[in-house]
Design a binder for this molecule. Sequence first.
Ligand SMILES: [Fe+2]
Ligand SMILES: [Fe+2]
Length: 158
Amino acid sequence: MDGIVLLKDDHKLVERLFKEFEKTRDTASPGEKKTLVKSILRELVTHAFIEETIFYPAARAEVPQTDDHVLESVEEHHVVAWLLSELQDLDPSDETFDAKTTVLIENVRHHVEEEEKEWFPQVRKALGRNRLVELGEQMSAAKSHAPADPLALRSAKS
Ligand SMILES: [Fe+2]
Ligand SMILES: [Fe+2]
């Protein structure tokens, strides 16, 4: 699969989970909320992992004119990783839980918009279909090696 299509599919999946959180935040039980946020955490950490280990380094090396996008994206991942690490240990009945999750969602939406609207089209043009399929295969295989802990992401330390 084309790597950019794979990443956009991931974006769509997390957006569905975000919508689910927004729809149920006032009615869900703490247990349901915890389960949903756990799914969000797992999807985001896996996605950030394959971007940081495969897609971002490839873009950096092969499309150097988008360097600023790579650097900004890593900083955005950094913020998301730390928010996720706080949410991981937070009781869903804590008064900060919904607020932190909402800020997480806002951050990720902004980040996804920049990736999809500004950066990915330039990468697509520069890399071409065959290279993107190669990256897609690598990323798809790398998903099973993703860490569970958001602070194990490279961006958490950047
Ligand atoms: Fe990203
Ligand atoms: Fe992404």
